[in-house]
Write a protein that binds this ligand. Sequence first.
Ligand code: A2P
Length: 279
Amino acid sequence: GSCLESVKIAIDTGYRHIDGAFVYYNEHEVGQAIREKIAEGRIKREDIFYCGKLWNTCHPPELVRPTLEKTLKILQLDYVDLYIIELPMAFKPGDAIYPRDENGKFIYHETDLCATWEAMEACKDAGLAKSIGVSNFNRRQLEMILNKPGLKYKPVSNQVECHPYFTQPKLLEFCRQHDIVIVGYSPLGTSRDETWVNVSSPPLLKDPLLNAIGKKYNKTAAQVALRFSIQRGVVVIPKSFNPQRIRENFQIFDFSLTEKEMKEIEALNKNVRYVELLM
Ligand code: A2P
């Protein structure tokens, strides 16, 4: 229920880009929030930009379209604005989202990412996804797709971890050259949940520089971190279930950072991920 409420508050606040996934197990709530706001007359479907994700167990090409159709059925929407391959590695297809063998080891699955991509292209052609992209792809994996013979559509975006402590300068430059938008996840430095976050890297929002710059503009460290990303052309997808912080994270369009401040924040880069994705 908290997801339904948060998405409704977000839409009322002005957010239009909603980042979802089947594996977040809340697409039914996201869909309901969008549909309620449309019914209220506050937004139209075309105002919303919904991103869905193809999970690791669904990489075989014949599974791609049915998986997207399942997401659409859960959302009760006719299309997603963006559909992305969530991770470049595949797991064994089946009901287990994290398939493991008797020793607890992940069971991977050999797939051809280019074949998966062709199935993604077919989803776009069928009108089920307006655009298609990828996530957690490195340069080599992007090049595999970009250099694929007969490529019909290139990935419009690559969603990766990106924030002042992990600024991704090389990947950002590569993606710029190829017109691929970087969507930065964990733009606030994650929820620091030890089950999936490397908490040995210090908390981003406690950073003295971000806080000092925030003071100057009467903004929080979170707002400075988000502003930094959008100012360098990185799309941000901050997550909050708290109404006050949902609104706070949207108040970033009434100030700008100087070139000097941007450089200083860029220098905070530690090249250390919070989200190591060890699998
Ligand atoms: P909450 O949901 O209680 O607001 P990220 O977007 O990098 O994944 O970070 C999400 C984490 O940051 C969540 O734990 C969220 O908690 C917290 N958070 C979101 N917005 C803010 C903010 N403006 N200030 C401090 N913490 C925030």
